[in-house]
Design a protein around this ligand. Structure first.
Ligand code: ADP
Length: 454
């Protein structure tokens, strides 16, 4: 109860959508940051490398000029170049006497932002060429500013995009959650969650369909339980009222030992009927829910069925009905012998009950490669088409069966036990001509001698 109320009052946590949006944005921005970092780093590295290549090329050219014509040739080369070159370089020559001659030093240069390449010549002279890094740094600073702006835009786009994408992704879940919460809080199991139908929520539609199917099942079970409970209380009322009436009449009458004994005997009979009904209902519930304890063993189906036929031989004789037993065969099932005998007994009991004198009841045991079959054929009343779908329901009794003894639980128990063994039960019938009930059970291995006799 408590969990239902709290679930209903907290249908969908909004933080989930927010978290999803943030994760989406974080992944997007993280990916973008890696791309930006790599782009910047590669650009800076390639600019630096280009400057180094220029410096080295100039250094080689100046060293060659110096070696060719000494300081004079170098000075001419530098001056000639600096007249035409777009960028001025710093050039210095340091001779062996450690006297430094600066051939070119562009004005206004910050010597700290100078990149220098040096070459030591054969005669010990050192030629140095320097290039300012200011232009490169300016370019990179502008690049950083542009990247920063773009990154800011990307973060904003990721956050808003994430918000809208997650909102539309979460919307069908939210709708489903709201519907489920409504069903829980109102307890109306006949309500169904509508499908999204927009094609986008395929997985959600699948979940919704499954949820609706589960509700169908729950509703079916609840209705069946309610029906069974109604039937049980209705069917118990009659024997209990009779029981009470018998006891009251005995008490009201003048004390007479014989009358009291008769009244007590009637009471015992009625309470037996109630007990049988309750026990059978319990058995059916256990078999249906899978909690029935089955002592499975390999057994010859023919032997078990023959025992049940023997039980009814006298009844058949008394009613003038021919009852035939199955011919012995090595058809083996792995099953609870007592329960299977109960199945056979119920089917034979019905066949005899609904067949009139001069009729026949034939009991056979057959088999194919995977299944063993028990078949009970009668030449009795048959079952009306309108009653046929209900004969397996608990406490259902056909109109024509009202005059016969019975609780309306026999076939429900047969079905529940057979299905608990992994089998099926079917009926073919024609009103006025008779019915054929067929139970199919999975075949087992041929039992050892002791198991066969068990
Ligand atoms: P019941 O105690 O009434 O026999 P069952 O559950 O065994 O209860 O059967 C349910 C109903 O199915 C019966 O009331 C009867 O109308 C019908 N029925 C079952 N077996 C036969 C049969 N062999 N021939 C005709 N009707 C049958």
């Amino acid at each position: 109860m408590t969990s239902g109320t709290s679930a209903a009052s907290r249908p969908f946590h909004p933080a989930f959508g927010l978290r999803l949006a943030l994760w989406y944005a974080a992944l997007f921005v993280g990916g973008w940051a890696v791309v930006v970092f790599l782009t910047y780093w590669l650009t800076a590295a390639s600019l630096a490398q280009r400057d180094h290549e220029i410096l080295n090329a100039k250094l080689g050219q100046y060293a060659a000029a110096y070696e060719r014509g000494g300081l004079r040739a170098l000075t001419e080369t530098v001056q000639a170049e600096q007249r035409t070159a777009p960028e001025r370089l710093f050039v210095r020559v340091v001779d062996r006497g450690a006297e430094a001659i600066v051939l070119s030093q562009p004005e206004g240069w910050d010597l700290r932002r100078l990149e220098i390449a040096s070459l030591s010549l054969m005669d010990g002279t050192l030629v140095q060429v320097g290039k300012s890094t200011a232009a490169r740094e300016d370019l990179l600073a502008r690049f950083r500013a542009v990247l920063g702006m773009v990154t800011l835009t990307v973060v904003l786009v990721a956050l808003t995009g994430g918000f809208f994408v997650t909102r539309s992704a979460v919307r069908p879940i939210r709708r489903l959650t709201r519907a489920v919460a409504r069903i829980i809080s109102t307890g109306r199991t006949d309500e169904r969650v509508p499908l999204t139908g927009d094609g986008a929520g395929d997985a959600i539609d699948e979940l919704t369909r499954l949820f609706n199917a589960m509700l169908d099942k729950i509703e079916g079970l609840v209705t069946a339980m309610r029906g069974a409970l109604d039937n049980v209380s209705h069917d118990l009322r009659t024997p209990l009222t009779r029981l009470r009436g018998t006891a009251e009449m005995a008490l009201a009458a003048t004390p007479d030992l014989d009358r009291c004994r008769d009244a007590l005997a009637d009471c015992v009979e009625e309470s037996d009927r109630v007990l049988v009904m309750l026990n059978t209902l319990m058995d059916i519930s256990e078999a249906e829910s899978g909690t029935m304890h089955l002592r499975r063993e390999a057994l010859r189906l023919g032997d078990v069925v023959a025992r049940a036929v023997d039980l009814y031989r006298d009844v058949a004789d008394a009613k003038g009905i021919v009852l035939t037993a199955p011919t012995p065969a090595d058809i083996v099932v792995v099953a609870d012998g007592t329960r299977i005998e109960q199945v056979a007994a119920n089917l034979i009991d019905n066949a005899l009950k609904y067949t009139t004198a001069g009729g026949r009841v034939d009991v056979d045991v057959l088999a194919d490669s995977s299944r063993a079959r028990l078949r009970v054929r009668d030449t009795g009343a048959g079952i009306r088409p309108d009653e046929l779908p209900h004969i397996w329901d608990r406490l259902f009794r056909g109109d024509s069966s009202r005059t016969e003894r019975g609780l309306g639980l026999g076939l429900s128990l047969v079905k529940a036990i057979v299905e608990a063994h992994g089998g099926t039960v079917d009926v073919e019938t024609e009103p006025g001509k008779g019915s054929v009930f067929t139970v199919a059970l999975p075949r087992g291995e041929v039992p050892s001698k002791s198991a066969g006799q068990a």
